[in-house]
Design a protein around this ligand. Sequence first.
Ligand code: SF4
Length: 162
Amino acid sequence: MILVSACLLGLNTKYDGKANADSLMHKYSPLGKFIPVCPEQLGGLPTPREPVEIINGTGQEVLLGQCSARGERGEEVTSQFIRGAYEVLKLVEMVSITAAILKERSPSCGVNYIYDGSFAHRKIPGQGVTSALLKQYNIPIYSEEELTEEKLIELLGDDTIR
Ligand code: SF4
């Protein structure tokens, strides 16, 4: 089974109550091998909610208690982000998860980049909080932006139908 950011599968879990539906995810979701998760919802945040960025750091540093996740108006949501990441980890341990496909640049799900905390759409290298935790547990993580169809078919296994 493959863990997928719920918004990539068309679920309206984004901060603005919308989705980030991805055509490749949509094409292969009928195989029944994707498990949708939204760590921010699992951490107890509402939808819609304020946009959040990690301030002065990355997901790894949030997990180490070295920086915080805050909404655009300054409200701290670090504990909800960490709780959501550990809820996702529970799911990984509950079912046989072999990889995760996560939304690039999200403060929870970003795989290679996140925003820099200025709320000015400036990206920096680094992972979101959930991605950083999954990486610590050696779960292979991919962003929807880097994932090719060939790679997805490889992840899905031999019984994939194009
Ligand atoms: Fe999508 Fe992840 Fe943001 Fe939830 S936390 S809306 S799954 S990018």
